[in-house]
Design a protein around this ligand. Structure first.
Ligand SMILES: [Zn+2]
Ligand SMILES: [Zn+2]
Length: 236
């Protein structure tokens, strides 16, 4: 069956994410636009995954819990995990490998931790949009170790995309899927498909109105579960 997806969505935890990007708002918007599978992927942290997981379960939307990690080369790589528990374990590890300096909320925005009722229960004090010391060549093995998958984000974008920063997505990085922004040409997309990559077209939404709609993209799955999505992306 077709599972309509959007696997790169920021919440209010990302300083650049709109404060309306709460668990209930995002999940309800996903339902409204007809998405079957979504993923919450904040910069370098996973603190809102648990609240999203509770809301998504209640609303019958399949959720992957993830993170958009910034590598030491300043490339963005999206990690996806089957549940909040495994995402948290990964986030705890990333926490030991990211550079920490205080967020200035007036400049970058607040970094809100929310509960399943969209109530603010905390604020991440250190700025999340910084590089980690995790290299891009480590990412696939790391994702596997923590029970998930990783793919390079918006590879065609000048800001934090793999092509601009490293020349290309190289085969020995080990990725099975790549994310290409919605602005890229059909020829560009086909060139990566020809190289054997699964192509993901996600919204990278920071605002509710930017979520993918059902008319955008789907993956064929026998059953719509987080595990089935991960297996598909990892070509297992
Ligand atoms: Zn990004
Ligand atoms: Zn993003």
């Amino acid at each position: 069956m077709k599972a309509w997806y959007d696997l790169h969505i920021h919440s209010a935890l990302s300083p650049c994410g709109d404060e309306e990007m709460t668990p209930n708002n995002v999940v309800m918007m996903a339902k409204l636009v007809g998405l079957d599978v979504i993923a919450v992927t904040d910069h370098n942290a996973c603190d809102n995954c648990e609240a999203f997981e509770k809301v998504a379960k209640e609303q019958g939307v399949t959720l992957l819990c993830g993170m958009e990690l910034e590598t030491s080369e300043e490339v963005h790589v999206v990690f996806l995990f089957p549940d909040a528990k495994s995402a948290k374990k990964f986030a705890d590890y990333v926490d030991t490998r990211r550079f920490k300096f205080a967020n200035d909320a007036d400049i970058y925005g607040r970094q809100l931790v929310l509960n399943e009722n969209d109530e603010i229960v905390g604020e991440e004090p250190n700025l999340l949009i910084t590089a980690t010391d995790i290299g891009i060549y480590e990412t696939v093995a790391l994702a596997t170790e923590y029970g998930g998958v990783a793919f390079p984000a918006h590879i065609d974008r000048p800001s934090h995309g793999a092509i601009q920063m490293l020349g290309d997505v190289h085969e020995d990085m080990g990725f099975t899927a790549v994310e290409i922004s919605t602005l890229a040409s059909d020829e560009f997309v086909q060139s990566y498909r020809d190289r054997g990559y699964i192509i993901l077209r996600n919204s990278d939404a920071h605002y509710l109105e930017n979520l993918n709609e059902q008319t955008c993209n789907f993956v064929e799955l026998e059953k719509v579960t987080a595990r089935a999505v991960l297996d598909k992306l990892a070509k297992r």
